[in-house]
Design a protein around this ligand. Structure first.
Ligand code: SF4
Length: 494
C-alpha cells in the first residue's frame, strides 16, 4: 500500500516511527512537509508566506498516487491540517486517516470533519499496519483496535489494544524524508522511551495514561545497546554534531543512566541535551550525565509560586528543592535551561512575579517562558472551564486548535497581558546584567506585549545560544529547500 503523510513546521519523531514501521511491513511511504515558515508556533511572520508551497506539495502528492493519506495532529497543528486536507481530498479520492494528541483527546469532534474518514487513538504503529494489511487483502477493516471509522452516517468505535511492550522491537525512526525537507541539520532528535511517571495537570500524559489503563506498562524504556545502535545508524548517514533526547524525563532511573553513560561515552561521546523533572535531579545522576558529555539540561520550574505548583499543577516541590537541583546541574558544568509558564488560571500578578523572582534566584544559563495553553481533556482544561476561564467561544477555538503556548493567552484571564509580557521578556531578563534589570522589569510592569515580542525576536541568538541558533539554521535550510521545490514545480508547469 502507498501511504502519504502530511506534517508541518518541525520534524515529528512520532511520524518517523510510523513511517519506518510501515516500511518494515512492506508498505511504501512518502511525506509532504509544509515548513510553515509564516507561522511556526513560535512566531508569526507574514512575509514568509511566499515560501508556502501547497502547489508543490499537491503535485508531489498526486505523482505519488497514494492509497491512503495520514495526518498526525498535535492540537495546534489542526488549523493547518484543515487547510490542506480539503485540497488533498479534492485531488485524491482516497481515505484520510488522522492520529495524534488532538485526535486522541477529541475523537468524536475530529471525526465530524467531513474530510477525515477514520482516526487512530493512542499508539499507531501496530494499528495502522493492521489496517493497511486488511485494506490490501480487502478484509473487514471496521474491527481494527485503536481505530474509529465513519461508515454510512454512523461512527464505529473500537477498543484500545495493548501498548507495545518491548520498544526495542520497533524499527528505528526513518528520518530520511524529513531530512530531504531540511527539518534537521546538525542536531539529531531522538527518544529513548515512552510514558512519564508524573501527573502535571497541564499535560496530556495523564490523559494518555488513562487511555492505556490495563493495556500494559505505560512507562517503557529501550535498552541502551538498542539506543546506541540507532545513534550509530544516524551518525553514519547524517553530519550530526549534537543529540537532543526528547524523552519527557530522561533522569528517572540512576541504574539506567549509569549504563547509558558508560556506553554512550565509549561509542558516541557527542554533546547532548535532555529533559529533567526537578525532584529526579541528584548529584549521582548529574555526575553520570556530565561524564557522558551532557551539555544542557532542560528543567521545568513552571511556576515560582509553591501553592500554584502544589495545588493547581500537581507538581509538589519546594522552592528550595528547585534551587538545589539547579545548583547541582550548574555546579557540574552542565548548562541549565529553566522553563517557566505564565497565565495559569488563578494566577495573580503576585504569583507571576514570584515566578520571575525564583527564576532570578536560580540564575539559569537560559530561561524560557511559555503561556499556559489548556490542551483539551487535560485536568487544567476541565478546571478552566469549571472556573469560567473558558467560555463556549474559547472552547470552540481550542477544539479548532487555535492559539498556542507561544502566542497570546486563550483564557478569559484578568492578567493575560502581564502573562504574555513576562513570558516574552524572561529570556532576555535572564541575560541582562543586574544593573539593567530594573529597566526590563519596568517594561514588564507596563505590559507592552508588542514591544516585548520585538525584544524577544531580536534576543533569540543571545537568549537561546544553542537551540535558538540551531532553530535559525534549520529555518533557513527549510526555506531554501521549499524555494527550490517551488521553482522546480513552476518549471514543470511551464
Ligand atoms: S513531567 Fe513533563 S511529561 Fe511528565 S506529566 Fe509533567 S509535563 Fe507531562
Amino acid at each position: 500500500m502507498k501511504v502519504l503523510f502530511y506534517y508541518r513546521g518541525i520534524e515529528s519523531i512520532g511520524v518517523e516511527y510510523l513511517m519506518s514501521y510501515l516500511k518494515m511491513k512492506g508498505h511504501n511511504v512518502e511525506l509532504i512537509f509544509d515548513p510553515g515558515l509564516d507561522d511556526n508556533h513560535f512566531l508569526k511572520l507574514k512575509f514568509m508566506k511566499k515560501f508556502n508551497q501547497y502547489e508543490s506539495l499537491l503535485e508531489k502528492a498526486k505523482s505519488f498516487d497514494p492509497d491512503i493519506i495520514a495526518v498526525s495532529i498535535p492540537t495546534n497543528l489542526y488549523p493547518f491540517v484543515n487547510r490542506i486536507i480539503p485540497l488533498l481530498k479534492k485531488e485524491l479520492p482516497v481515505p484520510i486517516i488522522a492520529g495524534g494528541p488532538h485526535v486522541s483527546s477529541l475523537p468524536e469532534y475530529v471525526l465530524e470533519n467531513e474530510n477525515i474518514d477514520m482516526i487512530c487513538i493512542g499508539e499507531g504503529e501496530e494499528a495502522f499496519a493492521e489496517l493497511l494489511d486488511k485494506m490490501e487483502k480487502k478484509l473487514n477493516i471496521y474491527d481494527t483496535k485503536n481505530m474509529w471509522f465513519k461508515k454510512e452516517g454512523r461512527i464505529i468505535k473500537n477498543g484500545t489494544r495493548n501498548l507495545i511492550a518491548d520498544l526495542d522491537q520497533l524499527p528505528f525512526p526513518d528520518k530520511s524524508l524529513f531530512y530531504e525537507y531540511g527539518c534537521f541539520y546538525d542536531n539529531l532528535e531522538m527518544v529513548t522511551g515512552r510514558g512519564c511517571p508524573f501527573k502535571c495537570t497541564f499535560c496530556n500524559i495523564h490523559f494518555q495514561r488513562s487511555l492505556a489503563k490495563d493495556k500494559g506498562s505505560f512507562i517503557r524504556r529501550r535498552s541502551i545497546p538498542n539506543i546506541i545502535q540507532e545513534l550509530n545508524e544516524h551518525l553514519n548517514r547524517y553530519d550530526i554534531k549534537y543529540i537532543s533526547f526528547h524523552d519527557d524525563n530522561f533522569t528517572t532511573s540512576i541504574d539506567w543512566i549509569e549504563e547509558f553513560a558508560e556506553l554512550y561515552k565509549k561509542e558516541i561521546n557527542l554533546p547532548f541535551y535532555c529533559f529533567a523533572y526537578p525532584t529526579t535531579v541528584n548529584k549521582e545522576i548529574v555526575s553520570q550525565l556530565k561524564n557522558a558529555n551532557c551539555m544542557q539540561i532542560f528543567m521545568g520550574m513552571d511556576s515560582g509560586d509553591p501553592d500554584i505548583r502544589k495545588n493547581l499543577l500537581k507538581r509538589p516541590m519546594s522552592d528550595e528543592r528547585i534551587e538545589m537541583s539547579a545548583k547541582i546541574i550548574k555546579d557540574s558544568g552542565i548548562k541549565l535551561q529553566l522553563s517557566t509558564i505564565f497565565g495559569f488560571p488563578e494566577e495573580t500578578p503576585e504569583s507571576m512575579w514570584k515566578t520571575l523572582h525564583l527564576a532570578e534566584k536560580v540564575n539559569p544559563d537560559i530561561a524560557s517562558g511559555y503561556i499556559f495553553y489548556p490542551f483539551p481533556k487535560t485536568e487544567l482544561y476541565e478546571y478552566s472551564i469549571k472556573k469560567g476561564y473558558l467560555g463556549n467561544e474559547e472552547i470552540e477555538r481550542i477544539k479548532r486548535g487555535e492559539g498556542g503556548y507561544h502566542h497570546g493567552s486563550i483564557l478569559k484571564h484578568p492578567y493575560k497581558k502581564l502573562a504574555v509580557t513576562l513570558s516574552k521578556l524572561i529570556p532576555v531578563y535572564n541575560k541582562t546584567p543586574s544593573m539593567f534589570r530594573p529597566l526590563i522589569k519596568w517594561l514588564m510592569a507596563r505590559e507592552c506585549t508588542k514591544l516585548a515580542l520585538v525584544i524577544y525576536i531580536i534576543s533569540i541568538p543571545i537568549a537561546f545560544p544553542f537551540l535558538g541558533i540551531d532553530g535559525i539554521k534549520v529555518t533557513l535550510r527549510m526555506a531554501w529547500k521549499a524555494y527550490r521545490m517551488k521553482v522546480k514545480t513552476a518549471r514543470r508547469g511551464n
